[in-house]
Design a protein around this ligand. Structure first.
Ligand code: PMP
Length: 448
């Protein structure tokens, strides 16, 4: 094979070359088909090759693709901001467009700090996050991320932000069970604020359902209500990182809506343009914008491509398509069906410890022993075997080794049909059967 000049995630790995995609399927250069069981990185939520989106791309390119946001605004950017203010709950009325989820969370962090500064408070500079989280790869976003693997090389460069435990009931950090635990994981936030001094904390950030870092960890009932009350009581903002969970992925426009809790700032990405173009956003409430509008009137963030009309037009077309096909409700229904099928499949394999999630964001956690929940390193081999069988799934194994187990995310496009769900599960089962055959039960579940 000809040498490659492209820096890939793992430099010595061989990646199939993709040729084209249609619906939930991707096809490589050898015409092998793959079910896009993870929508890429939980991104291609309306499937591949959608004619309406391709038309929107061409139509906008024929008008104008790029104007610089400091010189012009554009109709697509204005319309997209209006649409998002209508689609998101409460007073989340303002959009700041960026190009990636990392930029969206980092902008959220900066706006939260600025919110306090505009009111003359310059000490509230820290963001509390959770251990077991991923908020992005830039240094600011990484400072807020509880992700050992991504952080370790850069620790000297990261801000020392405090973190609290994740609401991870399958492996409760306090070894308690719900509801007798009294939501200790939520009250830990209040203790941490008190320890640090609330005058030092700008905001708390959380993924409503923990995605890549934890394998679709869904918090117990009452958790977010408690979190919101703690934030309000202590004068700190609540940022919902909906980069993975937003735009219908979990069966609601925003995942936080499952708990009827109102965030002050929301980060969106991935599904916003469903992979057709880079597009992400920080959505800000009236409450947070108020002192900025009264004060400096400038948000100190922004990128060359922020709010470019091409990406805005694509994102608008994606949102229209989701509405037209009622994909949020559909994803919710298909998610229930898939979750049920995967839970049934779990009974057939000793190494599946937990199946969880909401809508079409589902995690499968692997264990060496179901009873004792001993973690096992299995995600890589499952992903490899699934790929051989024409199914793409997403790795989710970020927690500290020995504390959290390896998991995978299954998150196909919201357009998936019942028959395609059946085919997905059939392919996954073939892969799992082969994984099972390669396990050596006597040596801690190593695979050959
Ligand atoms: N937040 C969450 C919850 C994510 O899942 C991701 C990406 N996996 C990010 C932020 C960062 O997004 P990006 O990769 O687009 O920078």
């Amino acid at each position: 094979m000809e040498r490659s000049y492209l820096i890939k995630p793992i430099l010595d790995a061989v990646y199939p070359t993709i040729d084209y995609g249609k619906g939930v399927y991707l096809y490589d250069k050898n015409q092998k088909d793959y079910i896009d069981g993870s929508s890429g990185a939980v991104t291609a939520s309306i499937g591949h090759g959608v004619p309406e989106i391709i038309k929107a791309i061409n139509d906008q390119a024929n008008k104008v693709s790029f104007v610089y946001r400091s010189q012009f605004t554009s109709e697509p950017a204005e319309r997209l901001a209006k649409k998002l203010s209508e689609l998101t709950p409460g007073d989340l009325h303002w959009s700041f467009f960026v190009n990636s989820g990392s930029e969206a969370t980092e902008t959220a962090m900066k706006i939260a700090i600025q919110y306090w500064q505009e009111q003359g408070i310059f000490t509230k500079n820290k963001i509390i996050s959770r251990f077991i989280s991923y908020h992005g790869i830039t240094l600011g976003a990484l400072s807020m991320s509880g992700h050992v693997g991504r952080r370790e090389r850069f620790i000297p460069l990261l801000e020392e932000f405090p973190s609290v435990s994740a609401p991870y009931c399958y492996r409760c950090p306090f070894k308690l069970t719900y509801p007798s635990c009294d939501l200790l994981c939520a009250s830990e936030l209040e203790k941490t604020i008190q320890r640090m001094g609330k005058q030092t904390i700008a905001a708390f950030i959380a993924e409503p359902i923990i995605g890549a870092a934890g394998g679709a960890i869904v918090p117990p009932e009452g958790y977010y209500q408690e979190i919101k009350e703690i934030c309000e009581r202590n004068d700190i903002l609540f940022i919902a990182d909906e980069v993975m969970t937003g735009i219908g992925r979990t069966g609601k426009m925003l995942a936080i809506e499952h708990w009827n809790v109102q965030p002050d700032i929301v980060a969106l990405g991935k599904g916003m343009s469903a992979g057709y173009t880079p597009m992400a956003a920080t959505i800000v409430s009236d409450r947070v914008m108020e002192p900025i509008l009264q004060g400096s009137k400038v948000i100190m963030s922004g990128h060359t491509y922020s709010a470019n009309p091409q990406s805005a037009a694509v994102s608008l077309a994606v949102l229209d398509y989701i509405e037209k096909l009622q994909l949020i409700d559909r994803g919710h229904m298909m998610g229930n069906y898939l979750l049920h099928k995967l839970a049934t499949l779990a009974n057939e394999f000793s190494f599946i410890g937990d199946v969880r999630g909401k809508g079409l964001l589902i995690g499968i956690e692997f264990v060496y022993d179901k009873e004792k929940k001993i973690p096992i390193k299995l995600a890589t081999v499952v992903i490899q075997k699934a790929m051989e069988h024409g199914l793409l799934v997403y790795p989710s194994s970020a927690g500290e080794e020995g504390i959290t187990g390896d998991a995978i995310l299954i998150s196909p496009p919201l357009v998936i049909t019942k028959e395609e769900v059946d085919e997905l599960v059939t392919r996954l089962k073939r892969a799992l059967v082969e994984v099972e055959a390669s396990l050596h039960p006597t040596d801690g579940g190593q695979v050959s």
